[in-house]
Design a protein around this ligand. Structure first.
Ligand code: HEC
Length: 157
């Protein structure tokens, strides 16, 4: 009788334990998007030509406040008023599948790099007549250099 009781208790403990193991497994957090290390950020910046490779990423981040209402930068981030900018360096202009671009941008033949992004941010409509980005342009050249540096690091995660 006593032995049977022990068996039942052991059995119950076993079930409880394995249930606990399951719960732990399903509660494990999804892997967070990797944060770049300082060395990885420096390596990305170094890929840019001068003067962008000496841009101030922290200042550039404050300039991106001008863009943030319309653009996301995270991998797989949504396109809102403007297209998601993840991996924008090397992207042919107007080619993100889920976004509806203007015909003008699609036909521009541009590929985004430091120089084309600089010109776009300075005056989008001077670069691409008929583009639908409602942005007056950032006239300060140093601010654009910092913004391009920030974009490189932020959109290449
Ligand atoms: C008011 C909303 C708005 C703001 C602010 C804005 N954009 Fe845009 N952006 C757009 C729209 C809309 C398009 C699509 C243009 C088209 O199709 O002609 C676009 C397109 C772009 C593209 C082309 C991407 C591609 O896939 O070809 C880049 C790069 C870009 N914007 C960068 C910026 C940056 C950097 C800033 C800040 C300095 C900024 N934008 C500010 C709305 C905005």
């Amino acid at each position: 009788m006593c032995r049977l009781g022990l068996l039942i208790i052991t059995g119950a403990a076993c079930v409880a334990l394995s249930a606990c193991g399951e719960a732990q497994k399903s509660a494990a957090p999804a892997p967070a998007p990797a944060e770049l290390t300082a060395a990885q950020k420096a390596a990305l910046l170094a890929e840019l030509p001068a003067p962008y490779n000496a841009g101030d990423v922290a200042v550039g981040e404050t300039k991106f406040l001008l863009c943030r209402s319309c653009h996301t930068t995270a991998p797989g981030g949504p396109s809102i008023t403007g297209p998601n900018l993840h991996n924008v360096f090397g992207r042919k202009a107007g080619t993100l599948a889920e976004y509806k671009y203007s015909d003008a941008l699609k036909a521009s033949g541009l590929t985004w790099d430091a120089a084309t992004l600089d010109a776009w941010v300075a005056d989008p409509h001077a670069l691409v007549k008929g583009a639908k980005m409602t942005f007056v342009g950032l006239k300060d050249a140093k601010a654009r250099i910092d913004l391009v540096a920030y974009l490189k690091v932020e959109t290449s995660r």
